[in-house]
Design a protein around this ligand. Sequence first.
Ligand code: DON
Length: 309
Amino acid sequence: MKKVSDEQLKSWMEHVRIYANNGKVADYIPALMRQKPEINAAAYYDVDGSCVGAGQTEYRFTLQSVSKILALAVALMKHGEGAVFSRVGKEPTSDPFYSISKLELEKPSKPINPMINAGALAITNMMCGENSEEMVGEIIQLAKELTREDSIDYDEEVAKSEYESAFLNRSLAYFMKQNGVITGSVEELLDAYTKQCAITMNVQQLARIGAVFANDGKDMETNEQIIPEHYAQICKTFMVTCGMYNASGSFAIRVGIPAKSGVSGAILGVVKNQGGVAVFGPALDEKGNSVIGIKLLEIMAKHYKWSIF
Ligand code: DON
């Protein structure tokens, strides 16, 4: 098994950064529109505890949909598998992440999986906190444990910007409230969800989260089982089947590792028993995935023979 080398990662990053010109920064969340497309960063965190990086590795970005994996893990740990999947399905989708059509077609109108926005809203609704701060606090707490970084928090400006403009997510949530899929205040839920999506970290911290998943939920340095192995496995399965939205199939062919993207331009990848990889580049393709992220992961997966298929 070849180890990821610092020099090699830096040279690949130099090679792929030009691909940012083929993408476009997300513009439907006003605060994300201000991200500079030329920023890029990557890190690989090995389960042996070593970490290599390239680009602006200290640059902090919001997790956006990458946070859905953390929220799912929290919900599984708090409520168990039966309760979680009574509220949300397990099947992948060919729909874009903002789709509302399935909600009307499915009876009962349960979201088809926890990675589409409707499913992620239903999962955030399972947090036990009484208000949005307490709800997002449960996800932040897991992020702190996985990164071993006590300063992890959310970006207030990005959260507020999305909260004020999240009309589609609001309508998904109200639709589900009407159909009894979610309970309590929709506005409190939207507040918690947008704060969750605005949780901020750098690529090294995100790669460490990937490494813990690669190590079956167990911290490789402290040996603490942070996420039970079976729940870590469920999260990784969703990363394979729907982590890259309606590009999950082609990503599985091109790269072949569990991965989760976010519209900020982040991608988290997991290489079983080997390590976690995180890439950030805000220019996105038409499916909402980081262009340089996919390109870099494709090169690395080929070189290191990472594909699980
Ligand atoms: O809910 C939203 O639309 C965003 N906060 C997150 C969407 C996202 O990251 C989709 N990613 N590819």
